[in-house]
Design a protein around this ligand. Structure first.
Ligand SMILES: [Zn+2]
Length: 216
């Protein structure tokens, strides 16, 4: 039976690497995939992983009908044996409904990869719809770690290393970034709720307030 599978996790947990692995394994078996992505770090029309692998993808546009796109592709004699949707948190809920229809009406497996929650620990609408509709939700087990060493379960948005909790839900950035740019950092729940990033923890540790006062 074809399935809609949602592979979810924090940033930096290896989602895109797994997407590329699935693509590799299936194309090695002679299967041909339709790969959708959106706002990938490597640029438009790409699916890339932090480990340096990259493949071409169809850049999803606002309001694009993914089901109609596949029907059109197939009716022109194109092949699609399965579908991969990376950065699926950026898809609209209707586009997730269209992916479910690809499974049910076209009989294709759809593998969606996405971050579950945003920097305020709220569900992305696309991820929420995936949780509602998926046949299976797989939480990726490659553990991202907080600076304290605990399992990172939350995504923080940072500006110059300082965590922010205001702003638009989607601002594209990366976990590697220069100072003063919007970046992202994965944290454990405790340090997300205390807004303590690696940079602020380091600054606190170096602060004269907490250094032992040498006795003279
Ligand atoms: Zn922590």
């Amino acid at each position: 039976m074809p399935e809609l599978v949602f592979f979810s996790g924090t940033m930096d947990c290896g989602k895109s690497t797994l997407a590329l692995q699935i693509e590799h394994n299936r194309s090695a078996r002679g299967l041909s995939g339709m790969i959708f992505s959106r706002d990938d770090r490597a640029g438009e029309g790409k699916l890339s992983s932090r480990l340096g692998l990259v493949t071409d993808a169809v850049e999803v546009e606002d309001g694009q009908d993914l089901y109609a796109y596949l029907v059109d592709h197939l009716s022109r004699g194109g092949r699609a044996d399965y579908v991969i949707a990376d950065e699926a948190q950026f898809l609209a809920p209707e586009q997730i409904d269209q992916l479910a229809r690809v499974v049910d009406d076209l009989g294709l497996d759809v593998f969606a990869f996405g971050i579950t929650t945003d920097f305020r620990s709220k569900l992305f609408p696309g991820s929420q719809r995936l949780v509602e509709l998926a046949d299976r939700v797989e939480v990726l087990q490659v553990e991202a770690l907080c600076w304290c060493g605990a399992r990172a379960t939350h995504n923080a948005r940072t500006i110059g290393g300082v965590m922010v909790v205001e702003g638009a839900q989607v601002v594209v950035g990366d976990v590697t970034h220069s100072a003063d740019e919007v970046g992202y950092e994965v944290l454990c729940r405790r340090h997300h709720s205390r807004r303590m990033t690696a940079a602020t923890a380091r600054a606190a540790a170096l602060s004269p307030d907490v250094l032992p006062v040498p006795s003279t």
